[in-house]
Design a protein around this ligand. Structure first.
Ligand SMILES: *Cc1c(COP(=O)(O)O)cnc(C)c1O
Ligand code: SF4
Length: 343
């Protein structure tokens, strides 16, 4: 079946001007160098960014995220997530450029099909923050669709396969797409009869809360698809009041929000830090979903925490928090039919 999913332009009445969006202005004001980070945080005496690391994977941090970093503290858990460290450039055995072998599960540009019933669509390479441990830091984003019409092959594949009931929008970060683009994509997806759910994996509600504006919430709640949001935060300090309000706007309108975190050395590999994160999440009505064992991506080895330590931390959380506050500790193994639960 070949359906001209994108042939009909969306209702022009619903197209909005993009230029004046507050979140887009915020992106233009983001920090784009390690040197600037060091200056703004008063760290000249204590930290030197690695030029090589920043060339391999440029620095990008929103002012909103910066405001949650403790000035003068080189060990700040949020700073560690975004700071280009010299240790990134060391080659470490077992850490490669495509640790999840996504290339072999790619059905066509941007469409990754690994698990039953759900496919992942890489919608853009752009993010509002560059996380140094990102497992897609070497992803071949130039191979994914760069205009909305180029998604047609992926949409045709989804339309052809009735076993698919859920589409995950990922990236990069799908909420980096401007509303009219996102709306066209969602319209196209919801016209595929066998799709039931749309899942959006985004870090923007955390690092750029103004992205969760009324127009976005309206668009998501208007869809015939059931929408789930999966956000990504690793430390309670990321969840300030603005982030909490953005998440609240989604949840108030009936969109369930889950969080995934990555277990990261020097960020959240201690019981107090993880307890605070999970407690803050459930106070905000966000369910802690996964705690990921670090994917072995080149440049991230210094963030690695052992499986044993991860298990110990999860057991510790169980002694402190309600059952629904404890995430599943998982690892992604390329040849498995789901993520592998460690504990
Ligand atoms: C993680 C992932 C999913 C979603 O897995 P869930 O366990 O349903 O959250 C889907 N597709 C790909 C390729 C993934 O990596
Ligand atoms: S927001 Fe997600 S995709 Fe983007 S750099 Fe961070 S971990 Fe990677």
């Amino acid at each position: 079946m070949k359906v001209p999913i994108l042939a009909n332009p969306t209702n022009p009445v619903r197209a909005r001007s993009e230029s004046s969006e507050r979140w887009q202005t915020s992106l233009k004001e983001a920090i784009r160098s390690g040197r600037e980070l060091v200056q703004l945080l008063g760290l000249q005496q204590t930290l030197a960014p690695s030029a090589q690391a920043a060339t391999d994977f440029p620095v990008f941090v929103t002012r909103e995220f910066l405001s949650r970093i403790q000035p003068g503290d080189p060990a700040d858990p949020l700073l560690r997530q975004v700071f280009p460290a010299a240790s990134e450039t060391a080659a470490v055995e077992g850490f490669g450029s495509d640790p999840l072998q996504e290339a072999s599960f790619t059905r066509c540009g941007g469409l990754i099909h690994k698990y039953a019933g759900r496919v992942l669509l890489v919608t853009t390479g752009a993010c509002a923050i560059h996380c140094r441990y990102c497992f897609r830091r070497h992803f071949p984003y130039s191979d994914i669709p760069h205009s909305i019409d180029q998604w047609q092959p992926a949409l045709d594949e989804i339309a052809d396969d009735e076993s698919i009931e859920e589409v995950l929008l990922s990236g990069g970060d799908p909420l980096m797409l401007a509303d009219p683009v996102l709306e066209r994509l969602i319209d196209a997806l919801q016209s595929i009869p066998h799709l039931r759910r749309l899942r959006i994996h985004s870090r923007l509600p955390i690092v750029l809360p103004s992205r969760v504006n009324d127009a976005l919430v309206e668009m998501l709640t208007a869809s015939r698809l059931t929408v789930w949001m999966v956000v990504h935060s690793n430390h309670a300090n990321e969840l300030d009041e603005a982030a909490g309000q953005g998440l609240g706007r989604l949840i108030d309108r009936g969109i369930p929000v889950l969080n995934q975190a990555v277990l990261l050395r020097g960020v959240n590999d201690d019981l107090d830090a993880l307890t605070d994160l999970c407690r803050r999440l459930i106070d905000l009505r966000v369910t802690p979903y996964y705690l990921h064992k670090l994917d072995q991506v080149a440049g991230a080895a210094h963030f690695d925490v052992s499986k044993e330590r991860g298990c110990e931390l999860i057991e510790g959380l169980r002694t402190r928090l309600p059952g629904y506050a404890v995430p599943r500790f998982v690892i992604e193994q390329p040849d498995q039919p789901s993520k592998t639960t460690i504990v």
